[in-house]
Design a protein around this ligand. Structure first.
Ligand code: ADP
Ligand code: MG
Length: 725
């Protein structure tokens, strides 16, 4: 039961609330929480205000003066308000403002401007606090996110109306958190929490309310995910137990290196799970270069030994082709079963991509359908194209932790029984995000790099402040090439056409949104222009080639091959080289307009030059002043290669909503108070409670309120961020 606001507040207020704040029901309004609380008599915040802030301040009127304007007709009223700590000026034209008396307290809302060195509001919204208004006598005045026609105090009054009206509240206070859970974690009831959040006496009230309301968000989300895990577990797959003397053993015998301890441990974990009927759903996180491919290959070999097929999906065709090359090389004759020089105990590796010629494609599809291709490599599109498998036993998804439940469902539909799924990523995911966004995946981590890596050092080149440093960067590229090494130059854009977006994998980890598309900046540097300039200038003596997503697939492939064969010295590219590209002889990377890339992206890119025994160098070129937030973000990226620390940095520079998916900003289901950065402990407790509830004999049957909240989340079309995240 959720009453429409119009029934409680009247049509006019209800309409603007719906239009401007997307608040439609009593529940919506109750979940529209104050952003902060103003304290009477203590308004130090006036000192902290900056031009452009949109704020509401609680202050006392100190001075009012009205005079005619000099240049124009009409009058100008200046009001000085203060809170003891600071003061600011309010400006009104032509007496279009409420009457303000010296000594009165009021709430003033507007955008902070500056005039002759002083802060001022021009035509702020005003609400005078009158003595008989008990709302304003409160020690803490809630300040709500407001809109043009719905001020903070209109919201405050409306909420009060709701909270005083048992009729309106009916159903809205049904507590989704079971009493036992509340008791275990010392949580107050929903009714209490909402009152305390909207009309607190003290800040302790607010804290207790926050804790409780965050639990709401976390528990409902985790129950949803737990239910999904359970549903998946109830649908049995096919056990692919390990068999000795087969392909896996042959692969192990061929490996040119010994596995790291981490690779062995994760390998064991996978071997056990693949051997069970319950479909594996595992996320493998591992630093760039930690050797995830070989872990995947070994799992695929086990499945082939058990009579099944394995598919390896890459985010780009470049990467799919590279995987095909490197797996074929790793397998040698084992990957050519059925050919003259093939090993009859092996299997076949088949590449299947959208840009293949029709004939090649048909042959490949046939091999997949009849089952002679044990290992099939393609892009994610493989799933959408109706490719038939004889017996798909394992799907490995490379470099896409955003591989959602939806795709996994599409996969299950491929076989008669759901395949095992392994998702691999080097983009570090903070634990909390892993528990939320991909909450129905189990986790494994590779923390260790194979021995003997040269490592990578990284610095920022402030091209605006120190142009000479950029010359030095090109000199370093020339030096490396002279020493027999190779280089990447990465640019955010392809060039030569209007509005070419960025390239490569989806824009999942792009730069923070507030830094994107700022209209007054020059367009980002483009591959084609930069390559041109380098050929004509500092790198004229070197073999410079380009690589980007608009090139036909076979050209891309040829270009990558040429680079891998060291026939190209410098590859100027978009982020197509971001993930997985593996050319150990490449030791320098220059990232142009580095500030246009997100933290994870830069980390990924840098990983491209840390793949061999030689020390790598990564230079982040940016015109952003080093003291700016952007400059500092780059400096922080340069300063650490610890993926988990970077994941936190990434989370800090993006808003929660961007992490969870854009739709998360939605009202009904969204996470409003919960912080993925700060509430790790709470989220993991909620996760444990959720699992216990869902797995109990009666499931949610004894908790109709919780079941309803979960259903509401599922119903909400915006809940699809769970799938797409
Ligand atoms: P990523 O985890 O980034 O996908 P890759 O699987 O591409 O890393 O491995 C990076 C490089 O390390 C490859 O050239 C691979 O052959 C090599 N490699 C993997 N495991 C080991 C190991 N245990 N010892 C030495 N080299 C290894
Ligand atoms: Mg990889």
């Amino acid at each position: 039961m959720d009453t429409a606001l119009v029934k409680v507040l009247g049509p006019k207020t209800a309409k603007v609330m719906a239009d401007q704040l997307t608040l439609h029901t009593v529940r919506d309004l109750l979940r529209h929480y104050p952003r902060r609380y103003a304290r009477r008599g203590e308004m130090t915040r006036l000192d902290d205000l900056e031009v452009g802030d949109r704020v509401t301040v609680l202050a006392q009127v100190k001075r009012v003066s009205t005079r005619p304007m000099r240049q124009r007709r009409g009058s100008l009223t200046e009001v000085t308000v203060g809170d003891g700590a600071g003061s600011m000026r309010l400006v009104f034209f032509n007496n279009k403002h409420p009457h303000l008396e010296v000594g009165e307290w009021g709430l003033f809302a507007g955008t902070v401007g500056k005039w002759q060195g002083d802060l001022q509001f021009t035509h702020p919204d005003c609400h005078v606090i009158t003595g008989d208004d008990d709302d304003w006598a409160r020690a803490l005045v809630p300040i709500y996110p407001a809109s043009k026609d719905v001020s903070s105090w209109v919201i405050q009054k409306s909420v009060k109306l709701l909270l005083d009206d048992p009729h309106a509240l009916e159903g809205a206070l049904d507590d989704p958190i079971p009493e036992a859970v509340r008791r275990r974690h010392g949580l107050i009831t929903l009714a209490r929490a909402l009152v305390d959040k909207h009309r607190p006496e003290t800040m302790e009230d607010v804290e207790r309310a926050d804790e409780r309301l965050k639990w709401d968000e976390a528990l409902v989300l985790q129950v949803t995910l737990a239910a999904r895990r359970r549903a998946a577990a109830l649908e049995p797959g096919i056990a692919r137990p390990r068999r000795s003397g087969g392909l896996l053993d042959a692969v192990d015998a061929r490996l040119p290196f010994t596995l790291t301890e981490g690779q062995r441990e994760v390998g064991e974990e996978l071997a056990v799970e693949l051997g069970g009927e319950q479909p594996m759903n595992r996320l493998l996180q591992g630093e760039v270069g930690s050797g995830k491919t070989v872990v995947a290959l070994r799992a695929m070999a086990q499945v082939v030994d058990a009579g099944g097929q394995a598919a390896l999906l890459a985010p780009t065709e470049v990467l799919a082709a590279q995987h095909a090359r490197s797996l074929t090389a790793m397998l040698g004759p084992l990957g050519r079963a059925g050919e003259i020089d093939g090993d009859p105990g092996g299997t076949r590796v088949t590449l299947l991509t959208g840009s293949q010629k029709a004939v090649a494609r048909r042959t490949a599809r046939a091999a997949v359908a009849e089952g002679s291709a044990g290992i099939v490599i393609g892009t994610h599109a493989l799933l959408q194209e109706g490719v038939e498998f004889a017996d798909l036993g394992l799907v490995v998804v490379d470099e896409q932790h955003r591989f959602g439940v939806e795709q996994r469902d599409a996969l299950r539909a491929k076989g008669t029984r759901p395949p095992h799924v392994l998702v691999m990523t080097a983009t570090p995911i903070p634990r909390t995000v892993a528990m939320t966004v991909s909450g129905d995946l189990e986790n494994s981590t590779l923390r260790q790099l194979p021995a003997g890596r040269g490592g990578v050092s990284c610095s920022v080149v402030p091209a605006g402040e120190k142009p000479a440093w950029l010359d030095r960067a090109w000199a370093r590229v020339r030096e490396e090439v002279a020493a027999g090494r190779q280089a990447y130059v990465v640019c955010p854009r392809i060039g030569e056409e209007a509005g070419s977006g960025d390239d490569g994998p989806e824009d999942a980890d792009g730069a923070p949104p507030d830094e994107k598309g700022a209209g007054d900046r020059r367009p980002p540097l483009a591959v084609l222009d930069v390559a041109e300039a380098l050929r004509a200038g500092p790198l004229s003596a070197l073999r410079v080639e380009v690589l980007h997503g608009r090139m036909p697939a076979d050209e891309k492939e040829a270009r990558m091959r040429a680079f891998a064969a060291a026939e190209v010295d410098v590859l100027v590219a978009t982020t197509v080289v971001e993930v997985g590209v593996d050319v150990p002889n490449a030791t320098v990377m220059v990232v142009m307009d580095a500030d246009r890339f997100g933290v994870s992206q830069l980390h990924q890119l840098r990983g491209r030059v840390a793949r061999g025994a030689h020390a790598g160098l990564c230079l982040l070129v940016s015109e952003a002043p080093s003291s700016s937030a952007t400059g500092q973000r780059l400096a922080a990226v340069a300063a650490t290669t610890d993926g988990f620390q970077l994941a936190r940095l990434d989370l800090e520079t993006r808003r929660e909503g961007d992490v969870l998916g854009a739709a998360q900003s939605g009202r009904r289901s969204g996470v409003r108070l919960l912080s993925l950065l700060d509430d790790e402990a709470l989220i993991s407790e909620a996760r444990a409670e959720a699992a216990a509830l869902v797995d109990s004999d009666r499931g949610l049957a004894d908790h109709p309120e919780l079941a309803a909240a979960v259903a509401a989340l599922a119903m909400d079309e915006r809940a699809d961020w769970l799938e797409k995240a």
